[in-house]
Design a protein around this ligand. Structure first.
Ligand SMILES: C[S@@+](CC[C@H](N)C(=O)[O-])C[C@H]1O[C@@H](n2cnc3c(N)ncnc32)[C@H](O)[C@@H]1O
Length: 340
């Protein structure tokens, strides 16, 4: 290939000029032989440039260069030499990181490449474990099947969210790091002294986040015994200002058996929360707030649901948000409603 042979002393200044003119070929290593430096070029410089550099055609030589081993800068960069180009489009870099665990979505078209992708995710995220989503989130406890791809097969981890430490087993409980902003929004709404019911607490990320910074009482309910066990650990592992009471059971049975009137009820079970609206409204003080979630394509559907269930109580919509996308055109919606 074409190179420019120049005395060592001039090499740096000429290299910078060639770089500026985009003539230096960065795919090849600069070569040093005795008192000369050979710069790899991607095209022959014209006479004017040679003149400007105080060089002539005699400095242009045909010579070999060593290919530069470029270190990949991203997971796509790393994978593009390892999986066939026609399959590269299938690779979506959307993954969740929960503590030391990476959870990837890999389409069936990339079945043969799944371990390479797993290793790449391990390398680039510097976490300890990589799983692949093997099913949708399903069932009452809202978990999914996971397939181990790389690193240790260790589903128990501690996830740090803001200043909370959330311990969980990714195979046994629901947890989404994508709800972190929403949990922060809710926490910011809460005042000291509130009595809160977190109807579907999971391992308690909202309850822990709120009670770390607010002097509140939170009844944190979940039907999944594993979730409640981790919630208990999370209560111990975080320095809390408020009090969290973990309760295992179906929220309908739990609320029927205890006599609480709350200032706020958090209902993060977007698939079926509407079924629990009657019992929530029954346990909400006049002027209390419901943080309600529903999968929907618009705000009007969940708002209608709240208004019709609360009747004849007065409903004031305080805020409405798209928390995250669920599927094309369908959102995980949040509605904050005051019910008097
Ligand atoms: C979408 S997750 C929300 C978890 C948590 N709020 C969070 O932000 O990570 C829903 C939770 O509701 C729980 N759940 C479902 N049906 C329930 C019921 N009838 N009573 C109590 N908990 C229930 C599931 O076990 C699951 O942990």
């Amino acid at each position: 290939m074409i190179g420019l042979k120049i005395p060592k002393k001039q090499a740096n200044s000429i290299r910078l000029i060639l770089q500026e003119k985009s003539i230096l070929d960065h795919e090849w290593k600069i070569k040093r032989v005795d008192d000369y430096v050979y710069l790899p070029l991607n095209k022959k410089p014209d006479a004017m440039l040679l003149n400007e550099l105080n060089l002539s055609n005699s400095n242009l030589v045909e010579t070999g260069f060593e290919k530069l081993q470029k270190r990949p800068q991203s997971i796509e960069d790393y994978l593009k030499d390892r999986i066939p180009p026609e399959k590269m489009d299938e690779f979506k870099k959307s993954f969740d990181i929960i503590g030391d665990v990476v959870i990837l979505e890999i389409p069936d078209e990339l079945e043969e490449e799944k371990y390479i992708i797993g290793e790449a995710a391990l390398k680039f995220t510097k976490r300890k474990t990589v799983y692949r989503k093997k099913s949708e989130i399903r069932g009452v406890v809202r978990t999914r099947e996971l397939e181990h791809l790389a690193g240790e097969d260790q589903p128990v981890t501690i996830h740090k969210e803001y200043d909370s430490q959330i311990m969980l087993n990714v195979k046994e409980v629901y947890f989404s790091p994508r709800l972190a902003t929403e949990r922060r929004i809710i926490t910011n709404q809460i005042k000291d002294g509130e009595i809160v019911i977190d109807m579907f607490t999971g391992v308690g990320p909202i309850a822990i986040n709120i009670s770390r910074t607010r002097k509140v009482k939170i009844y944190a309910i979940d039907i999944n015994p594993h979730a409640i066990n981790y919630l208990k650990k999370n209560i111990n592992n975080n320095k809390l200002k408020g009090e969290v009471y973990p309760i295992r059971g179906d929220v309908k049975d739990v609320l029927d058996s205890i006599n609480i009137q709350a200032d706020r009820i958090i209902m993060n079970l977007p698939e079926t929360a509407h079924e629990f609206l009657p019992i929530a409204i029954k346990h909400l003080k006049s002027g209390g707030i419901i943080n309600y979630y529903q999968f929907s394509s618009d705000y009007s559907e969940p708002i209608k649901m709240i208004r019709s269930t609360a009747k004849p109580r007065k409903v004031e919509i305080l805020d409405q948000r798209k928390v995250k996308s669920r599927s094309p055109g369908v959102w995980h919606m949040a509605i904050d409603a005051r019910i008097s």
